[in-house]
Design a protein around this ligand. Structure first.
Ligand code: GDP
Ligand code: GDP
Length: 455
């Protein structure tokens, strides 16, 4: 495409970059103190301390975007949580399990100075079972004298140990090259590949909002499909459930059903589980306890789904308990707390009484349709042309930036690139997003708009 004032390569490059599909996911696992967080910081190229001194410190963020040798991917860090009531092996195993499940490849970090421990062996068993590509990181090899320690890790039987010093950066480049070889270009669960396979739903929400009750309700009332269906891999943590005549895959239901209650680190554990489920799903059904005030934790979960670029439905549960007063305040809270996601279809349900369960599927279908919407370039530019003519960008410094051309570079979620003659202000970008939504729908999906400005 030729756009006035832009090189053809720039235009094509911008469209390709904006059009990238979901990124492959790399999980970094290992027992506490081997240097996972230090390594993650290294990988994402950030110096600020993710490494916490206090054990059991809650961290919400577990997924980060990274780039190496021009390829982008996501990193799931499991370093935020220390040993707790479960005992060390179970704790490490539980968090590694979630991370591995959501990942397309795994970096297994071992402290080469310490050597192989029983806990490391336990993780190796998990890795074998999962069958995902593994890159073995022999960490804390700060100098040549540590190389022998790294070599000793061949004994784990999972391939070549890569000697690394996460602290100083030594060897990380070679290890990342190996990571890129292990990572598929697009996620394993690439949204395009499971043609005809069931759509994947992550049922998420903070503890006690009613996830397990809702799952039981839908799974009991509808036929639970246990046989294998074309395009599905059997995964014991996922459940196939028929709803509204369609089979859906609820991901990570084991995490919902297991109901592991931990004293320390429970929040972190919940965040990790939520992030992993969102990564595996196409659509997030976010459950909110309508009987209580919308909390910061609710908002974080919504943000997680939006940032992951997933389709989204918000279900307000425990509707059976609401009196008129609470209903009034709930509406005000939704306006102020969830104004940014007013595009998400909303259902008011009760997992206890079954109220409005039948509205869940249409809402999910609406969200998925919005998520997959593609606007033809001709139509988009006709729309943009009229919009810009009727509502031009405010004049700044005697100049009026214009949108010259736009195209939708990708879907799932919809991603747009706009080419402009000058800097487009945030307010005007939001205005364009609003009008795009009014014109083309996009219910239930975040949309990305990037703007390229002519040099
Ligand atoms: P995590 O619990 O696995 O996330 O481990 P951390 O990243 O919190 O690191 C645990 C400790 O090991 C910290 O004190 C780090 O500074 C230290 N550490 C991490 N990587 C290296 C390394 O490559 N060399 C050395 N000498 N120390 C490291
Ligand atoms: P989870 O932690 O999100 O899986 O939440 P649970 O499904 O365990 O539910 C937490 C509590 O809320 C339980 O005592 C449920 O019986 C109760 N609960 C769940 N859904 C509803 C509902 O729709 N109405 C009412 N009144 N209680 C509910």
């Amino acid at each position: 495409a030729a756009v006035e004032g832009f090189d053809v390569e720039d235009v094509e490059g911008a469209i390709e970059e904006a059009g990238h599909g979901p990124l492959p996911v790399l999980a970094v696992v290992g027992r506490p103190n081997v240097g996972k967080s230090t390594l993650v910081n290294r990988i994402i190229g950030r110096r600020e301390a993710v490494v916490e001194d206090k054990p059991g410190v809650t961290r919400d963020r577990v997924t980060y975007e990274a780039e190496w040798a021009g390829r982008r991917f996501k990193v799931v860090d499991t370093g935020g949580w220390e040993q707790d009531v479960l005992g060390i092996d179970a704790s490490v195993a539980a968090q590694a399990e979630y991370a591995i499940e959501a990942a397309d490849a795994v970096v297994f970090v071992v402290d080469a100075k310490v050597g192989v421990t029983d806990t490391d062996e336990a993780v190796v068993r998990l890795l074998r079972k999962a069958g995902k590509p593994v890159v073995l990181c022999a960490n804390k090899v700060d100098g040549p004298s540590g190389e022998a320690d790294a070599t000793a890790l061949w004994s784990l039987g999972i391939g070549e140990p890569h000697p690394v010093s996460s602290l100083h950066g030594r060897g990380t480049g070679d290890m990342l090259d190996a990571v890129l070889e292990a990572l598929p270009e697009a996620p394993e669960q690439s949204f395009g590949t499971a043609v005809g396979g069931p759509r994947r739903i992550a049922l998420i929400g903070r503890p006690n909002v009613g996830k397990s009750s809702l799952l039981n309700k839908v799974a009991n009332e509808e036929r639970v499909v246990v046989n294998e269906i074309a395009g599905t891999t059997r995964d014991p943590v996922d459940e196939l459930i028929e709803l509204g005549g369609v089979v859906w895959k609820f991901v990570d239901t084991a995490g919902i059903r297991k109901r592991v209650h931990l004293q320390q680190g429970a929040d972190y554990y919940a965040s990790l589980r939520t992030a992993a489920a969102v990564e595996k799903a196409e659509v997030a059904v976010i459950l909110i306890d309508a009987s209580e005030s919308i909390s910061v934790q609710d908002q974080r979960i919504v943000t997680m789904a939006v940032e992951a670029g997933r389709a989204m439905v918000i279900a307000y549960n425990k509707w059976d308990t609401l009196d008129e007063e609470r209903r009034y305040y709930l509406e005000r809270e939704i306006e102020t707390e969830f104004g940014q996601v007013a595009w998400a279809p909303r259902v008011n349900v009760s997992a206890r009484t079954g109220r409005h369960m039948e509205k869940l599927v249409p809402a999910i279908e609406t969200a998925l349709a919005g998520w997959e919407t593609r606007v033809p370039t001709g139509r988009l530019n006709a729309f943009l042309g009229e919009l810009v003519a009727a509502h031009p960008h405010p004049i700044r410094g005697g100049k009026q930036p214009r949108i010259l051309f736009g195209t939708q570079a990708g879907t799932k979620p919809p991603r747009f690139v706009l080419f402009a003659s000058g800097f487009i202000e945030a307010g005007y970008r939001r205005f364009i997003e609003r009008r795009l939504r009014e014109e083309f729908g996009f219910d239930g999906t975040p949309i990305h708009i990037s703007v390229r400005v002519r040099e």
